[in-house]
Design a protein around this ligand. Structure first.
Ligand code: CA2
Length: 146
């Protein structure tokens, strides 16, 4: 990773995107999301390091890897959004722009999804815009670089 890298992190079960619950998450697969991110980043002169894990500690390790010296971090922590103080603490140590993304509108869903531990340690939020939200997040990071 270098100063032009956007680290895109995806949390648990997002590897199943496109396989179930299309009414909530749409029909795009995570591979489609990765291709979209690469296309948008490429157009902005950036590169994407796209990762997914079902494990909280792995996500924490990856946030730490990207905490300085890259263009920014885009994070859809999935279920850990609503539970993980560890991920919040890792993001709070970052010196790079952080964007929280959710495909669905977590504010309009079950009450347990309304709170995010990550919101106030991220610099920007794209919520409920479908997978296009990832593109918006990368565009925001690119614009912020100037
Ligand atoms: O809307 C989002 O992007 C979420 O982060 C997705 C998480 C959910 O726990 C958050 O509240 C909101 C769930 C990701 C699981 O992805 C699935 C994909 C296909 C089928 C079922 C789940």
């Amino acid at each position: 990773m270098d100063a032009r890298t956007v680290l895109v992190l995806n949390g648990p079960n997002l590897n199943l995107l496109g396989e179930r619950e299309p009414e909530v998450y749409g029909s795009a697969t995570l591979a489609d999301v990765e291709a979209l991110c690469r296309e948008v980043a490429d157009g902005a002169g950036l590169t994407v390091d796209f990762r997914q894990s079902n494990h909280e500690g792995t996500l924490v390790d990856w946030v730490q890897e990207g905490r300085r010296g890259i263009a920014g971090i885009v994070v859809n922590a999935a279920g850990y959004t609503h539970t993980s103080v560890a991920l919040r603490d890792a993001l709070s140590t970052c010196r790079v722009p952080r964007v929280e993304v959710h495909i669905s509108d977590i504010r309009a869903r079950e009450a347990f999804r309304h709170h995010s531990y990550l919101t106030d340690v991220c610099d920007h939020h794209v919520i409920g815009r479908g997978v296009q939200g990832y593109a918006e997040a990368i565009t925001w990071i690119a614009a912020r670089r100037g």
